[in-house]
Design a protein around this ligand. Structure first.
Ligand SMILES: [Zn+2]
Ligand SMILES: [Zn+2]
Length: 338
């Protein structure tokens, strides 16, 4: 099969590799669409890969073409997406279905080969059927959709809250969409890149502003940029007894001054962390997301700015890394050739 192989730091090549064979408990998926995640860039161009050579990619949709010998053949031919976190199903957190907190997990596209390829292998237990109306590319966005839904659910916003989102990349935009669906009365987005404002307005943000502008107080402030200045800005505008939700992975050290800690203490703030998404049967973020999409209550396709082939991806991702152009969500279509 054709795949993108990360051979060493910064060296991603389009090449022919062996098609993986599904083992016990696994399915082979023909990948129809796979999303480039913000986390893929540091994995490819930084020091965040677990091993080389690695096929990255963890946001996917495709069709099951084969399953391991003992698995249910009913899966073959099904349109699916996959939860990329592979839980051990053995630790105390897995035992209670909190797979996102697993002590010993695998991960598609980082701890094992992922979906930047014509085919990928994933555990059958990690598959979710795609409802009919959900397209391949929307299916591939299930992971960021579920991760952001999980984030918002962690913060328990109330109907009528004023919400601010720092960082209007796909994750920030999705957080805003969920906040709006949850009944935010005023949703403000902050970003240094004004080119992101029109899409934010389209997706339901009431205001899109530069972080340099004067900021209004909010009930819930969401840091989704991974920028340390944005984190301090996000903290600064939370009302007394309000909440700060941390979503972005910080790339550098964050310095909190004594007065910042003072803000958390004196305002009695709740600081909320969030990690990955819930895939348990009762609380699944994935089921909620896919059902909302099926009912036409939310659509993730407006987030897609570019569609590329596998072969185009290495040079395209280098330009993304160098910030040569503005993009939101980039989808690779591994079955396409141009
Ligand atoms: Zn992702
Ligand atoms: Zn576990």
């Amino acid at each position: 099969m054709k795949a993108l192989v990360l051979e060493e730091k910064g060296v991603l090549s389009f090449q022919e590799v062996k098609t993986p064979v599904p083992q016990e408990g696994e399915a082979l998926i023909k990948v129809q669409a796979t999303g480039i995640c913000g986390s893929d860039l540091p994995r490819i161009f930084g020091d965040q890969a677990y091993f080389y050579p690695l096929i990255p990619g963890h946001e996917l949709a495709g069709v099951v073409v084969e399953v391991g010998k003992k698995e249910d053949k009913e899966w073959i031919g099904k349109r699916v997406t996959a939860y990329p976190l592979i839980p051990c199903r053995n630790c105390p957190y897995c035992e209670v279905g909190q797979y996102e907190l697993c002590n010993n997990y695998g991960y598609l596209g980082s701890r094992q080969n992922g979906s930047f390829a014509e085919f990928v292998v994933a555990p059958v237990e990690n598959l979710m059927s795609l409802p009919q109306g959900v397209s391949w590319e929307e299916g591939a966005l299930s992971e960021p959709g579920a991760v952001t839904l999980h984030a918002l659910r962690r913060a328990h916003p109330e109907v009528g809250d004023r919400v601010a989102v720092f960082g209007l990349g796909p994750i920030g935009l999705l957080c805003g969409m969920w906040a709006k669906m949850g009944g935010a009365r005023m949703l403000t987005g902050y970003d240094v890149d004004e080119q992101k404002f029109p899409l934010a307005h389209t997706l339901g943000f009431d205001l899109a502003l530069s972080p340099a502008e004067k900021k209004e107080e909010v009930d819930l402030s969401i840091e989704a940029s991974g920028n340390s200045r944005a984190l301090r800005d996000a903290l600064g505008i939370v009302r007394k007894k309000g909440k700060l939700l941390l979503v972005g992975n910080q790339e550098q050290d964050v310095t909190l001054k004594p007065e910042d800690i003072g803000v958390i203490l004196r305002r009695e703030l709740t600081v909320v962390g969030t990690w990955n998404s819930d895939f348990s049967s009762l609380n699944s973020d994935w089921k909620r997301l896919l059902e909302l999409e099926e009912r036409g209550r939310i659509s993730l396709s407006p987030l897609i700015s570019h569609r590329i082939t596998l072969e185009e991806a290495p040079s395209f991702m280098l330009e993304m890394q160098q910030k040569r152009f503005s993009y939101t969500k980039v989808i690779i279509e591994p079955q396409e050739v141009r």
